[in-house]
Write a new protein. Structure first.
Length: 195
């Protein structure tokens, strides 16, 4: 076996996703993943702490993209305008070339309760990061939490639409549409809610 070869982590991720999709997450071992690309189990664990991490290893980059979008928002932006900037930044993390990979990844996650829980945890982490960043910009606790949770929900809904088999729109375009829908719902409700 090859002791070191560049791109090992990427090769392991690709092989793992293929095996998870065809054999199932629970039925696939780290040894099988490593061997399928001519590497050792030890090499696998050098790159990933466990086989779940193959599916979630880029999470910190997505969180950083959300945070960068918050930082890029104008100083006088409203909380939801800041969230819109964060969504715009985060959706750039998913160009159309990643759609097929994202579909397969999500299908693996959807078939496993523990992975679905991990995915929800990821979204909660995004909401926490957004809320902290909004509070750091002087947004009050309730407004920061509402805007952040709304942003994470908009992202989740948009992502689910983006990975549909017949979808052709960009993730950024879908997210902007979902956010507009949320704003329309909130505006209509605010007119009817007693003060």
């Amino acid at each position: 076996m090859v002791r070191w070869e560049p791109g090992a982590a990427e090769r392991l991720q690709k092989a793992a996703l293929e095996l998870f999709a065809t054999r199932g997450f629970e039925q696939t071992t780290a040894v099988e993943i490593a061997e399928s690309v001519g590497l050792t189990e030890r090499t696998f664990f050098r790159h990933f702490s466990d086989k779940r991490e193959v599916l979630f290893s880029g999470q910190h980059l997505l969180v950083e993209a959300f945070a960068a979008g918050v930082g890029a928002a104008p100083p006088d932006a409203s909380p939801l305008e800041i969230v819109a900037s964060a969504l715009q930044s985060a959706t750039s993390f998913f160009p159309d070339e990643r759609r097929a990979h994202s579909r397969t990844r999500q299908s693996v996650i959807d078939r496993n309760p523990a992975l679905r829980e991990r995915e929800r945890h990821k979204l909660a982490g995004i909401a926490t990061t957004l809320a902290d960043a909004l509070r750091g910009r002087g947004v009050g606790e309730v407004a920061a939490t509402l805007a952040a949770e709304s942003g994470a929900t908009v992202f989740a809904i948009a992502f689910g639409q983006w990975i549909r088999e017949d979808e052709q729109r960009s993730l950024a375009g879908i997210a902007a549409g979902v956010l507009r829908e949320l704003l329309t719902l909130a505006a209509a409700a605010s007119e009817r809610i007693p003060r």
